[in-house]
Design a protein around this ligand. Structure first.
Ligand SMILES: Nc1nc2c(ncn2[C@@H]2O[C@H](COP(=O)(O)OP(=O)(O)OP(=O)(O)O)[C@@H](O)[C@H]2O)c(=O)[nH]1
Ligand SMILES: [Mg+2]
Length: 250
């Protein structure tokens, strides 16, 4: 009799344990599904955000009619070349005193700032050298190349000689002849030294006093963003942001 009772209790125990395990399994399954759908939802939200940003960028790009971009100095030239890769329909004018830097640009619109004294080199950080190079001959060439364009977009990297020295003079000239000028500039990396930063800040102050539309990008932000893609890809992203921000300012 006792044997039968123990058997029944045993069977009941097994049944209870089995039921508990079954319930636990279902609970864990539901928990896993909930986590899965939550992370899927989060991923979808991220994709949705990225997609809407891309659509906005695309809309801006499509609404941007053919315009005229001028890149001044080494950095300015690099940045407008990046923009050309994104949207080649514009006119891209390269201005530099460095013949070697200009010669690698594939364009019919290049202006070499020259005087007998500078040997077609860059200005080596000398702002006054670049200021003097924006002479009447250079201005005439600029005027000829921008003919037909009302809005002019200028891009320069401040801190070197050409970008910091020539840009204010080019801006003044364009405004004097009645053009609407939009400017985007970069500030140098801190590791390039205080002297470069001081040159850049002095140029920026001068530019801010003569032009209303000016966007400033700090190259030090580039360092924070560098991923496995490397510095070139990051520079291209910055150039693209400069381009899109100029569109917003019009
Ligand atoms: N964002 C960005 N910044 C750049 C790039 N190339 C140079 N720079 C920055 O631009 C600053 C000025 O350098 P350049 O533009 O080469 O100088 P420059 O105006 O040609 O003047 P020089 O001194 O005469 O060569 C540098 O100190 C860098 O911080 C670029 O491709 N992208
Ligand atoms: Mg240079």
């Amino acid at each position: 009799m006792l044997d039968i009772l123990l058997l029944i209790v045993g069977v009941i125990n097994i049944f209870v344990i089995f039921t508990l395990l079954w319930g636990l399994k279902n609970y864990l399954l539901e928990y896993k599904n909930a986590i899965d759908s939550q992370s899927v939802r989060q991923e979808l939200l991220i994709v949705k955000k990225e997609l809407s940003k891309k659509i906005e960028d695309l809309k801006s790009l499509l609404s941007f009619k053919e315009s005229c971009f001028i890149g001044i100095g080494g950095g300015g030239g690099n940045i407008i070349s990046h923009i050309k890769e994104i949207d080649a329909k514009h006119r891209f004018i390269y201005i530099n005193s460095d013949l070697q830097a200009l010669s690698v640009k594939k364009s019919n619109h290049k202006i070499l700032l020259q005087k007998d004294t500078n040997d077609n080199l860059g200005c080596g950080g000398q702002v006054q050298c670049a200021q003097r190079l924006v002479d009447d001959r250079a201005k005439k060439r600029v005027e000829k190349m921008i003919k037909g364009y009302k809005d002019i977009y200028i891009i320069a990297s401040l801190g070197g000689g050409v970008g910091s020295g020539a840009t204010p003079n080019v801006v003044r000239f364009l405004q004097d002849i009645g053009k609407d000028v939009y400017l985007s500039v970069t500030l140098p990396f801190e590791y390039e030294g205080k002297k470069r930063m001081d040159v850049a800040k002095t140029a920026l102050e001068e530019l801010q006093s003569i032009i209303k539309h000016i966007n400033v990008f700090d190259n030090n932000e580039v360092l924070k963003e560098i991923t496995d893609e490397g510095i070139d890809a990051t520079f291209k992203k910055i150039s693209k942001n400069m381009y899109l921000d100029l569109l917003k300012n019009r």
